[in-house]
Design a protein around this ligand. Structure first.
Ligand code: TYD
Ligand code: MG
Length: 432
């Protein structure tokens, strides 16, 4: 009898080794190796026939709406047949809620299947009542074995499948525990084959967990077509669905939601929401226009500078890149002679938004402005200035500071625009 080959796999990154290792040579994680059976090699049955590119036909209209505009937007305009969508996020952020609401919209196609390895049908029913989701077309399946799920899915022939969550599903063919890298990959791959074969859209929920504990959904990112991350501060009701990979649409598209008593509600005007509690005439609060995907968004950036109590000053960044803050502080120090080495600096984006574009640099530095700051302190022209300005004037802002390079290309606006060439000039316009 041939022995099954055993390998050891890092639960952080999936690195495989024939021996157990204390430290992963790939990602550097300690004590992360777990015994797994090696992957069964796929046997090639038929060789695919080559085709001429111009002969290939495709149907572009094959998208279905979930009836949730913000969800459709993050997907790139609706659900594509046979696509595999990974939805990652912290536990408790609202993934199950979002998918149950989306499934309700998809019941117009016919039967849909909700596979839950985490909750009993009773628990799901309680949530559905709360969300006022009532449909005879939603089929619940409390099952965790991959083989069981696939056989039920073959019988039910659903028009959409939700797996909640991939960490609870296991294949009987592998000896390792559910949630290990090997199981997650194997289950996701088999489910993907099923989705592609039958043209069923498949949503896979994955918890993003603290590194090391259970394999995160990151190991799946290359298998699936679309990766959406559901994020937001637990303390605030705002939730942002962010596309980080999409074979069927643009990435960086976001959907904005508010968690309410009866589920997630779409936010049509996120700028309004993010600025609703903005303090007026308070130092350290700045409104800036950030462009997320194709949509301009006004967000409030807050900064607090206080004297350092210990020798080393603290820099804290919430919602913006920590290294960017250090860089901007260095620019202020070097180019403007502001000595911040004795000050703790805290920067926060209000509402749990995360921004990672350099166009908000100037806002971090100062007030109602936007502009990319170069290392010498100059303000460089930014992209899509017009949509940003339009969003600002739509919100009712009267005055704005923009990089001088953008001033010429802007048509008449309802908002008074002042151009600045560098940080020094910008701060002078703002404060003197
Ligand atoms: P859930 O969808 O279960 O999160 P996940 O699947 O990502 O773990 O959402 C859990 C949280 O959402 C929970 O703290 C309660 C809250 N919630 C509401 O505020 N309103 C609602 O209508 C629902 C269903 C949940
Ligand atoms: Mg859940």
């Amino acid at each position: 009898m041939s022995r099954q080959k055993i390998i050891y796999q890092c639960q952080g990154c999936g690195y495989a080794s024939p021996r157990w290792l204390g430290r992963c040579p790939d990602c550097g994680a300690w004590n992360s190796f777990v015994e797994e059976a090696s992957f069964t090699k796929l046997k090639k049955q038929d060789t695919a026939a080559p085709v001429i590119l111009s002969d290939v036909t495709h149907s572009t209209g094959e998208r279905h709406s979930t009836d949730i505009k913000e969800f459709d937007r993050a997907l790139g305009g609706g659900v594509v047949k046979g696509s595999v969508v990974l939805i990652g996020g912290d536990p408790g952020i609202g993934k199950s809620t979002l998918l149950l609401q989306a499934l309700k919209g998809l019941t117009k196609l016919g039967k849909v299947l909700y596979v839950s390895g985490e909750e009993s049908p009773e628990q799901i029913k309680i949530r559905a009542d709360r969300l006022k989701v009532r449909s005879d077309n939603i089929i619940l399946l409390p099952e965790t074995s991959l083989e069981g799920i696939i056989s039920v899915a073959q019988n039910v022939a659903p028009n959409a499948i939700v797996i909640d969550s991939i960490q609870t599903i296991f294949s009987l063919e592998l000896p390792s525990a559910p949630g290990s890298v090997g199981q997650i990959r194997e289950c996701a791959t088999k489910l993907m084959f099923f989705a592609k074969k039958y043209g069923v859209p498949l949503f896979i929920i994955g918890h993003v967990t603290k590194e090391g504990a259970i394999a995160g959904p990151r190991v799946l990112e290359h298998i699936v077509d679309t990766v959406l991350y559901f994020e937001g501060d637990k303390g605030t009701p705002f939730r942002i669905l962010r596309a980080v990979k999409n074979r069927f649409g643009s990435t960086n598209e976001i959907g904005v939601f508010e968690m309410q008593e009866a589920g997630l509600k779409e936010v049509d005007n996120p700028s309004q929401l993010f600025l609703s509690e903005r303090p007026i005439n308070v130092p350290g609060s700045v409104v800036t226009a950030s462009v997320e995907g194709t949509r301009p968004l006004l967000v409030e950036i807050q900064a607090l500078v206080s004297a350092t109590n210990y020798g080393v000053p603290r820099r804290t960044a919430l919602g913006v890149d920590y290294n960017r803050i250090n860089l901007l502080v260095a620019v202020l120090d070097k180019r403007l002679g502001m000595h911040l080495s004795g000050a703790d600096i805290f920067v926060n984006v209000v509402g749990g938004m995360k921004i990672d574009e350099p166009a908000v640099d100037m806002a971090i530095i100062a007030a109602i402005v936007f502009g990319e700051v170069g290392l010498s302190g100059e303000l460089r022209a930014i992209s899509q200035a017009e949509v940003r300005v339009r969003e600002a004037s739509k919100f009712g802002l009267k005055k704005g500071l923009i990089p001088a390079g953008n001033l010429n290309n802007l048509k008449e606006q309802d908002i008074e625009l002042i151009g600045a060439k560098n940080v020094e000039e910008a701060l002078e316009i703002l404060f003197f």
